[in-house]
Design a protein around this ligand. Structure first.
Ligand code: URA
Length: 191
């Protein structure tokens, strides 16, 4: 029913509605041993066309914010909770999230990041397994067991939410800076 190679899903037919709406499967992208793994909700139109996560407007918001902190896209890993575009960009259903969970967990295990950054409510609730109010909790770091391993997860606003709301942009920027500072202080500790 599905076929994986490393962290890449080569074929999967688990979600009939997504199989019908996708052009292709959008796998994670970037450094395979990145310290930071960003997790979005699911591919949008641009991602579905290009086969890469966060290549549209949300991706450029994220890239600009990372650049302000001295980080390039090639330094990080980025993926999504579901790898096929939901029709009309609706949120993935509980069942679709569940169907794609194993792919996400496999990628987290292979990349083994120091910090997972959840971009938006859907990935935050999916990873933390609880209700999350992202605007209030952005910047919080929680230790959570993911597939048997304790992982640090930082809650962040989705980059798309910042496009029309300067207040959310500030919260987003500060959560991204917090992620970078956290990684830098961890590196210093380990020296
Ligand atoms: N939004 C997401 O959550 N993921 C993408 O890949 C693009 C936009």
């Amino acid at each position: 029913m599905e076929n994986m190679r490393g962290s890449e899903v080569i074929s999967c037919e688990r979600c009939p509605a997504l199989v019908a709406s996708r052009s292709m499967i959008v796998n994670g992208d970037g450094k395979l041993n990145a310290e930071m793994l960003f997790v979005g909700e699911g591919p949008g139109r641009e991602e579905d066309i290009n086969g890469k996560p966060f290549v549209g407007r949300s991706g450029s918001v994220l890239d600009k914010s990372l650049q302000k902190n001295g980080i390039e896209r090639k330094d990080i890993r980025i993926t999504n909770c579901v790898r096929c575009r939901p029709p009309e960009n609706r949120n993935p259903s509980k069942e679709e999230l569940y169907n794609c969970k194993n792919h996400l967990h496999t990628e987290i295990q292979l990349v083994n990041p120091s910090l997972v950054i959840a971009l938006g409510r859907v990935p935050s609730e999916h990873l933390l397994q609880r209700k999350v109010k992202v605007t209030e909790e952005a910047g919080k770091i929680e230790l959570v067991n993911i597939a048997g391993v304790d992982r640090f997860v930082l809650i962040c606003i989705h980059p798309a939410a910042t496009l029309y709301n300067p207040n959310q942009k500030m919260i987003f920027e500060s959560a991204i800076s917090k992620a970078v500072e956290w990684i830098e202080s961890k590196r210093t500790e380990e020296k």
